[in-house]
Write a new protein. Sequence first.
Length: 103
Amino acid sequence: MDILTLISSAFIMIGSLSIIVGLIGVYRMPDFYTRLHAASIIDTLGTILILFGLIIYHGLTLISLKLLLILIFILITTPTAAHALAKSALHGNLKPTIGDDRS
């Protein structure tokens, strides 16, 4: 195995582990807004790391360009979708949990 394969596999593993740890964190969050915030951040971070690892693995090819376009698309759509969901929940009178009131 060459060095680029090791670097790309490290990025892919770190991205996968961050998604798994983030899912556990989302499970432990108290309300919708904190779960949504954590899920959008973890989804974006894990996807960036995995796609970046795949770009390194494939080198400078057409596949890398397509993966880069997917990465840009994810960077635009994930925060936008999280914002739309949070705004919709706020307009639907879903109140955030404040303090230690975990029910």
